[in-house]
Structures are given as structure tokens and as C-alpha cells.
Design a binder for this molecule. Structure first.
Ligand code: FAD
Ligand code: NA7
Length: 480
């Protein structure tokens, strides 16, 4: 029946999930098309093939985070005898150019690999006009129609705005930050998501005056004990936090690169209204799924009207059997690049190679690249208590290096002291957490961690010698 259509599979969205899925399907001999199109930001920023991760997410933010860490390394270097007399300063434009060039090479690499793998790539915006037919509109407004037997939705998300006067006109989001042609100067970051804390963190690390406006708590959904420690470290290292405030208006005092903006904000607890001037305002208050303008009603796909997310079953199938969805647009799933890639690959294998292996969304390790990085896998303490009851858990917690490093594991006493929560605050958290993610996938217990011999001297060895339980209230400071 597939022969009646132009393609066996059309993938809408060429980001982490869409590229992985389309390449895998083509490698299995299917006729595959992928469409990717970037709608420019309100300020006109746009980018190439590859989606959020490469262009406006993981990759540029890690490079800028790394740039900021180099400054700390310079300071440490002096302490240990490196002598350099020139004053150290940072050039935004040089960094921006280096980051953009790196991204450009990745964009090119993706194009080449799609061609090599026989995926038909079209740079056009796709929307359904019928259940098996889409309309593709390119930059010049030219419309072409394509049909397919099956579809995969992988359109990702874009930053949410606040809906207050001046936000779209004068503020930037992470979609603009990595392409900003000028140094943002004194910056207000609005929001307390990981995107807000990471961007605020590296901007401060570059030496800028940074304030983060927090409506309620830091890093909702993450272990709060750890989130607050990551925040405390930022505060000690110069990031200002304006807590329990929300912005109500942004006015432009002077245009420029950067210009001058006035932000008026009100307390969430009292009648207090404050105002302050900044050069740049970065909004990072969450992201909206790109599902509202792709004709899903024409295809009959159900979307959660509250958040625009798409509910799927455990094989990433929507309510319409021939339409699947992966990545950030999924309801109740992780918003992470490796998750989108894994889901895309597994889906293609199930659709076209008779596989029955599903994407496992449990115990996905992740890291927040705040100035002091925070890696985690499994449950936050709050969630573990809610699910298992405090009396059935054991929490072990050593800190070290003047408490710059902090670690915590949560074990389920009802299940052999199996590790159900892993939390690490310290250098190279991503590298450290990856390995423990494997261990948790294998069902690691406290006893097995204890019988593992550490690598000395490292921060991660701490997980092999954890003795102090949180319950005991014992001294957690470790040395050596
Ligand atoms: P995307 O990668 O967003 O791709 C969707 C693509 O579809 C986009 O190119 C979009 O333009 C296109 N598109 C949308 N609608 C249409 C249409 N109608 N027609 C054609 N094309 C369309 N994840 C991590 O794992 N680690 C990190 O460190 C990390 N850091 C991040 C930092 C930031 C600042 C942000 C914003 C995100 C970060 N993420 C990180 C999340 C990660 O980027 C996403 O989880 C991942 O990119 C999701 O992949 P996706 O395939 O679902 O969507
Ligand atoms: P999240 O996690 O939903 O975070 C949104 C953040 O923005 C959060 O700190 C919110 O504060 C804050 N927010 C939202 N609206 C406002 C307004 N109007 N004013 C001020 N602050 C606001 O979104 P992300 O996209 O960053 O993260 C998505 C997922 O990644 C998440 O599920 C994690 O598991 C990882 P709040 O806490 O609501 O007061």
C-alpha cells in the first residue's frame, strides 16, 4: 500500500530526533523525506539544519559554559605559579564567531550525511492538509505537496514569552543569545529553569553583571537540596538573585547594541513594585511545543490543549495509527537530545526492521551546566519520599573541597538498597554522571558501590565510600 504514496516515511523536523529517525529509516532501505524549517525569532535570528541542540541549545551553551570555566582556570593558574602580566579580558565577538563557525560546520555535516544516507532533505515548513498529505512551504513561499504512508512528528519546542508589554520587542531568548553580535552587558535573566541558570551562569562567568529573577523556586522538578546548592554557589560567585519577583513591563530607554532597558517587576508576596535598568533582558521561562500550526487537526492528531504536547503510547504512536511523535513535543517525557535520538532510532527499527525494542525513558542521566555542574540520575529526594516513604529510604551524603563538591545517593531499603537517586554537584558532572547512569541501568546497589574501588584523587570516588546517612545528621565534610 506504501507504493501509493511519494514516501514510506516523512519526518517533520530535522532536529535531534528527526535526523536520527530519518537516517535510520533510510538505512533500512525506505524512501524517506525530512523537512526542517526555522521560523526566525521576533528579533530576526535564524539558523541552519540540526534543530535546537546544535544551533541554540546544548552545543553553543556548553561552549560558552566552557569559555566561562576557562576564566576560573586562569585564576587557579595564578595561584599555582603561572605568571602572566597582561590584564585578562574577554572578547564576546571572538567567542561568538568561534561558536557560530563550529555550529556552521555541524550544519554542513548534517546536510552531507543526509545526502550520503539517501534521505531527501527539504528546507521548508511542513503542515498537514490531509491525514497522509502535507504542504511544504519554503522561504520564498513556494508550496509543494507530498504524501507518505507514515509520519513522524519531531518539531521540538521554542522559547516561551511572558505576554507582558515590551517582551517580544525588546527582550531576547536563548534563541537569540548564541548569535548576539554584541556583548549583552548588564543582563537580567528571567526564569529559574535550567536554561535560565546555565545562561546566567556563563554570562556571569564571562565577567558580566548578571541578575536572575526567580518567581518561586530554582530548577523545578530537580532535587531541591541540590538545586539550592547550585544556586548558592552561583550567588557566592557573583550572580545576583531577585527572588519572588515577576516582571510586568519592559521599556526601552535607548536603542543600541546593547541598548538600555527598564524592567518593572512586582513581588509575588507583597505589593512591592521595583524597577531597574539593564542592557539586556533574557527570557527563559520554559518552552512551547511547536504543534499549533502544523495542521494536526487536519490529520486528526490529539494534542493536550493545556500545553500543546502530544500524548503517545509506549511505541511513540499518536492517536492516529500512522502518525508517530518523538522528542521534546511528547507529553510527560524527558526534553533531552539523547532521548530524542534514542526514541527516533528505536522507532525506525520497529517500523521498518521488525524490532520490538522500545525506548526506555527510565533512569535517564542528565546534567545542568551551572557554574558548579549538577548531574543526576533517577529520583530527586522529594519524589523518592513521595513514592516509597521516608522510612524506606537511606540517603547518603558526603561533601568535599570546602563543600564545593556535594554528592548524594538515595537507596531503596525495600529493594536490596538499590540506588534509585544519584546526585552530584561538582566539576565535570556530565562525565561523572554518565558512568553512574550505566550502573543504575544495571541495577546498582549500595553494597556494589561500596565494594567498588575508587580512582584517587577524583571527586567521583566519593560514591565508593559514602557512609554518612542524612538521617544520622553526621559530619559530611570530607578531605583528602
Ligand atoms: P529539535 O531539536 O528542537 O528539532 C525540531 C526541528 O524541527 C527544529 O529545527 C525546528 O525548526 C523544526 N520544525 C519545527 N516545526 C517545523 C515544521 N512545521 N516544518 C519543518 N520543520 C519544523 N539537551 C541535552 O540533552 N543536553 C543539554 O545540555 C541541553 N541543553 C539545552 C540548552 C538549551 C538552551 C536548550 C533550549 C535546550 C537544551 N537541551 C539540552 C534540549 C535539547 O536541545 C532538546 O531536547 C532536543 O533538541 C530535542 O530534539 P527534538 O528533535 O525534539 O527537537
Ligand atoms: P520549566 O522547567 O517549565 O521552567 C520554566 C521556568 O520559568 C520555571 O523556573 C518557572 O518558574 C519560570 N516561569 C514560568 N513562567 C514564568 C513567568 N511568567 N514569570 C516568571 N517566571 C516564570 O521549563 P524548561 O523548558 O526550562 O524545562 C523543561 C524540562 O527540562 C523540565 O521538565 C525539566 O525536567 C528539564 P516556576 O517554577 O513555575 O515558578
Amino acid at each position: 500500500e506504501s507504493a501509493m504514496y511519494d514516501y514510506d516515511l516523512i519526518v517533520i523536523g530535522g532536529g535531534s530526533g528527526g535526523l536520527a529517525c530519518s537516517k535510520e529509516a533510510a538505512a533500512l532501505g525506505k524512501r524517506v523525506m525530512v523537512l526542517d524549517y526555522v521560523v526566525p525569532t521576533p528579533l530576526g535570528t535564524s539558523w541552519g539544519l540540526g534543530g535546537t541542540c546544535v544551533n541554540v541549545g546544548c552545543i553553543p551553551k556548553k561552549l560558552m559554559h566552557q569559555t566561562a570555566l576557562l576564566r576560573t582556570a586562569l585564576e587557579d593558574a595564578r595561584k599555582f605559579g603561572w605568571e602572566f602580566s597582561e590584564e585578562v579580558s574577554h572578547n564576546w565577538e571572538t567567542m561568538k564567531t568561534a561558536v557560530n563557525n563550529y555550529i556552521g560546520s555541524l550544519n554542513w555535516g548534517y546536510r552531507v550525511s543526509l545526502r550520503d544516507k539517501n534521505v531527501n532533505y527539504v528546507n521548508a515548513f511542513a503542515e498537514f492538509v490531509e491525514p497522509h498529505k502535507i504542504k511544504a512551504t519554503n522561504k520564498r513561499g513556494k508550496e509543494v505537496f507530498y504524501t507518505a504512508d507514515k509520519f513522524v512528528l519531531a518539531t521540538g519546542e521554542r522559547p516561551r514569552y511572558l505576554g507582558i508589554p515590551g517582551d517580544k520587542e525588546f527582550c531576547i531568548t536563548s534563541d537569540d543569545l548564541f548569535y548576539l553580535s554584541y556583548c549583552p552587558g548588564k543582563t537580567l535573566v528571567i526564569g529559574a529553569s535550567y536554561v535560565a541558570l546555565e545562561c546566567g551562569g556563563f554570562l556571569a562567568g564571562l565577567g558580566l553583571d548578571v541578575t536572575i529573577m526567580v518567581r518561586s523556586i530554582l530548577l523545578r522538578g530537580f532535587d531541591q537540596d541540590m538545586a539550592n546548592r547550585a544556586g548558592d554557589y552561583m550567588e557566592i560567585h557573583g550572580v545576583k538573585f531577585l527572588r519572588q519577583f515577576v516582571p510586568i513591563k519592559v521599556e526601552q530607554l535607548e536603542a543600541g547594541s546593547p541598548g538600555r532597558l527598564k524592567v518593572i517587576a512586582k513581588s509575588t508576596e507583597t505589593d512591592e513594585v521595583i524597577e531597574e535598568e539593564y542592557n539586556t533582558v533574557l527570557i527563559a521561562v520554559g518552552r512551547d511545543a511547536c504543534t499549533g500550526t502544523i495542521g494536526l487537526d487536519k490529520a486528526g492528531v490529539i494534542v493536550n490543549p493545556k500545553n500543546g504536547k502530544i500524548p503517545v503510547n509506549d511505541v511513540e504512536q499518536t492517536n492516529v495509527p500512522h502518525i508517530y511523535a518523538i522528542g521534546d513535543i511528547l507529553e510527560g517525557k524527558w526534553e533531552l537530545t539523547p532521548v530524542a535520538i534514542q526514541a527516533g532510532k528505536m522507532l525506525a527499527r520497529r517500523l521498518f526492521a521488525g524490532s520490538s525494542v522500545k525506548c526506555d525513558y527510565v533512569n535517564v542521566p542528565t546534567t545542568v551546566f551551572t557554574p558548579l555542574e549538577y548531574g543526576s540520575c533517577g529520583f530527586p529526594e522529594e519524589k523518592a519520599i513521595e513514592l516509597y516513604g521516608e522510612e524506606n529510604l537511606e540517603c547518603t551524603v558526603p561533601g568535599r573541597d570546602n563543600n564545593k563538591c556535594y554528592a548524594k545517593i538515595i537507596c531503596n531499603k525495600l529493594d536490596n538498597d538499590r540506588v534509585i537517586g544519584f546526585h552530584y554537584l561538582g566539576p565535570n558532572a556530565g562525565e561523572v554522571t554518565q558512568g553512574f547512569g550505566v550502573a543504575m541501568k544495571c541495577g546498582v546497589t549500595k553494597e556494589q558501590l561500596d565494594s567498588t574501588i575508587g580512582i584517587h584523587p577524583t571527586c567521583a570516588e566519593i560514591f565508593t565510600t559514602m557512609e554518612v546517612t542524612k538521617r544520622s545528621g553526621g559530619d559530611i565534610k570530607q578531605t583528602g
